[in-house]
Design a binder for this molecule. Structure first.
Ligand SMILES: [Zn+2]
Length: 170
């Protein structure tokens, strides 16, 4: 499935959506086409270029807290798909302070973990089971970093990702 980069009216990258969804934004006149791929969507007698980059017609204000949604995929991307206790391939999301002990479901309390560490820890605290965190979890500062880290970067997105894409690949 091809994905498209959605830019705010200010050209700031906002999100990545399926190209079909981006086409809907264009047809609803909620966005303008900036770049398309070589392919087309065909319907009846008309063909639409498959969008790669679209820009919203109206500015969307992004509340700081919702800038990077906290979900399994995003946490795995932040943590490089590695268990933050032992470095093995991550399979689970672990709450550093377990929810049963008052831990919150927030960026600074959630890490990627392998099944073994996750099971070993259960409802206990890190020091109680002799585990050590490789680094303190934190909310990703750069929304753009997140867009790049989740993969599938298209070359025609790069001008809009700016310096952040350079730092993300370093
Ligand atoms: Zn582990």
């Amino acid at each position: 499935m091809t994905r498209a980069l959605v830019l705010n009216a200010t050209f700031e990258p906002l999100s990545i959506v399926p190209s079909r969804r981006a086409l809907m934004l264009l047809l609803d006149e909620k966005a303008e086409l900036i770049h398309s791929t070589e392919r087309h969507f065909r319907a009846a007698r008309v063909a639409f270029p498959e969008p790669s980059v679209v820009r919203l017609a109206r500015y969307v204000r992004v509340p700081y807290q919702s800038r990077v949604a906290l979900n399994r995929r995003a946490v795995f991307a932040r943590d490089g798909h590695r268990c933050q206790y032992c470095g093995a391939a991550a399979e689970n999301i672990d709450h550093v302070v377990p929810r049963s002990r008052g831990g919150t479901h927030t960026w600074d309390n959630v890490v990627a973990a392998c099944r073994r560490c996750n099971t070993r820890k259960e409802d206990r605290l890190v020091h109680e089971v002799g585990l050590t965190l490789r680094r303190a979890p934190a909310q990703p500062r750069e929304r753009v970093w997140f867009l790049v880290a989740t993969g599938g970067l298209r070359p025609d997105w790069e001008p809009y990702l700016g310096s952040a894409s350079l730092s993300a690949s370093a």
